[in-house]
Design a binder for this molecule. Structure first.
Ligand SMILES: C[S@@+](CC[C@H](N)C(=O)[O-])C[C@H]1O[C@@H](n2cnc3c(N)ncnc32)[C@H](O)[C@@H]1O
Length: 139
């Protein structure tokens, strides 16, 4: 299992970096790796991809603190899909109805085969904003 993030060394308010937090969570998982990279530079193939809260509009990316050159949702989606093996699946979770709608438009623009999973509920944790899911299959 590989986890990929581009901004691994930014700090949470408790002064731990995303990298340190990830390292803690995967410490007992034998085959888990946290990779500091631009997703566009990843070229391995995967059976399953889980993509949590992609930047599908510019404002959230700007607010997050990433440079504008990293805003390329269509290219990112296309690339993520290319990393799937035949028969593979990708679960995308979006935050808020507006982002879920933009995600739908992107999926349709790229002609990807998807199922809308509706609102995602979590029994253990109350999300600040509603979350919605899409399951994309590669045949
Ligand atoms: C809104 S955050 C979601 C963070 C995390 N997945 C979560 O659920 O807490 C978006 C994440 O996308 C990652 N990201 C954005 N553009 C990226 C890129 N081109 N390559 C790799 N990661 C990227 C950033 O590292 C950031 O952590």
């Amino acid at each position: 299992m590989d986890g990929v993030e581009i901004d691994a060394y930014r700090l949470y308010s408790n002064f731990y970096s995303r990298f340190e937090v990830a390292k803690y969570y995967i410490k007992d998982l034998k085959n888990a790796k946290y990779i500091v990279s631009n997703l566009l530079d990843i070229n391995k193939k995967y059976d399953y991809i889980i993509w949590l809260l992609p930047f599908v509009s510019y404002e959230p990316l700007k607010y997050w603190g990433l440079p504008k050159r990293f805003f390329c949702p269509e290219k990112m989606l296309n690339h993520a899909f290319s990393l799937l093996n035949d028969g593979g699946q990708m679960l995308i979770i979006n935050q808020g109805k507006k982002e879920a709608l933009i995600q739908k438009e992107l999926l349709e623009k790229l002609n990807l085969n998807y199922t809308f999973l509706g609102k995602i509920e979590n029994k253990f944790y109350q999300f600040k904003n509603d979350r919605f899911g899409y399951l994309i299959s590669k045949f």
